[in-house]
Design a protein around this ligand. Sequence first.
Ligand code: NAD
Length: 296
Amino acid sequence: MSAAIIDGKAAAERLRGRVAALVPDFATKAGRQPGLTVVLVGEDPASAVYVRAKGKATEAAGMKSDTIRLPAGTGQDELLDLVRALNADASVDGILVQLPLPAQINENAVIATIDPNKDVDGFHPVNAGRLATGLYGFVPCTPLGCLMLLKEQLGDLAGREAVVIGRSNIVGKPMAQLLLGESCTVTIAHSKTRDLPAVVRRADIVVAAVGRPEMVKADWIKPGAAVIDVGINRIDAGEGKTRLVGDVAFDEVAQVAGAITPVPGGVGPMTIAVLLRNTLVAAHRNAGVPLDKGTI
Ligand code: NAD
């Protein structure tokens, strides 16, 4: 194996440590803890696991964590009223409504109702617009975590060819905007891209965010490229067992790439760490306490 393994678990622990170290100073100056409220509608088991993990991590960082659990049959108006109440609550710095939502609720309507200055997921159209126009706002946690890993690994990214596979609002598009902001030459590939392997072969940086197990093969990769695997796919491992794999055929791509994130233990742990970072930033902004963002 030739590629350096990018240890997202260790990077996430360092980021969580930096966030936790800044919480007491905020609490002294603001007279309260930073607060994150997570809203979970229904009983989707994967969402319940994520929400529990977010709550635990928030508390471990010394922040106030609230989880509001609503029944699966909750109506859209009821949820929007709750979001408006959280917008108005000065003790709530970050609001995260766990997706996906039940079919009777329009996700876009919910995202658009969250106060953009409490939108720690960075999904509000105002924050997407701020990112696209280079203004300061909240950036979705997963792509920001990917960018942090890339900068830690590669340093300055300016001038590099980057190919992002996937164009979702949550990962692909904001990832491309972030890389553009770092002065990469960015291509966004997607399900209608012609000759995807040839497009990916141009890249010094590949970010795969597709949701297709082990789709990216070794002969798609320029030797020495950095490969960030966002995909989380559960596949059959035989004998009634399953295992997690990414969108990248890790074992073969690691022979060619210069650096690569594993799944699990790569991008995944960064997502919650960045959520804590965004919550700390929101708290400083909402309370009017200055924060040197270079510190996190
Ligand atoms: P999505 O389904 O919203 O988007 C997938 C994208 O892949 C689409 O834009 C589509 O055009 C593209 N695509 C589909 N088939 C393709 C193909 N054959 N060739 C090229 N492009 C193709 O998914 P998403 O929400 O962006 O998530 C992508 C993956 O990342 C999923 O596996 C998801 O579980 C994972 N994910 C991980 C984290 C994390 O914390 N690590 C966070 C979010 C998403």
